[in-house]
Design a protein around this ligand. Structure first.
Ligand SMILES: O=C(O)CC1=CCC(=O)O1
Length: 91
């Protein structure tokens, strides 16, 4: 199942810098593990925003929820999920 996910990151300005660095490093490692495994198929920066558009290829809605809710940056993100299916005109 394919999903487009938009993540808008909003880390509080007063968050301890060491904690911020740790969370961002864990986020990177977690996302790269899922990219290597194929479930996180694409990640693109949205120009001019601390946001990304990602494509996930996962077995179920529940699996996507599991992945997203375990993101280290999850407490500091707004997440919007769009389910995708093949377009009949796609070649
Ligand atoms: O920087 C972001 O857009 C948040 C993020 C998601 C995965 C990652 O490595 O960073």
């Amino acid at each position: 199942m394919l999903f487009q996910v938009r993540m808008d990151v909003d880390i509080p300005r007063d968050l301890d810098p060491a904690l911020r660095e740790d969370v961002v490093a864990r986020e990177r490692a977690y996302s790269q593990e899922l990219q290597r495994g194929g479930e996180w198929a694409h990640i693109w920066r949205i120009v001019g925003h601390y946001s990304n558009i990602s494509i996930f290829d996962v077995a179920s809605n529940a699996r996507l929820h599991e992945i997203l809710s375990a993101l280290p940056l999850f407490p500091y993100m707004r997440i919007e999920v769009t389910a995708l299916t093949e377009h009949p005109s796609a070649i």
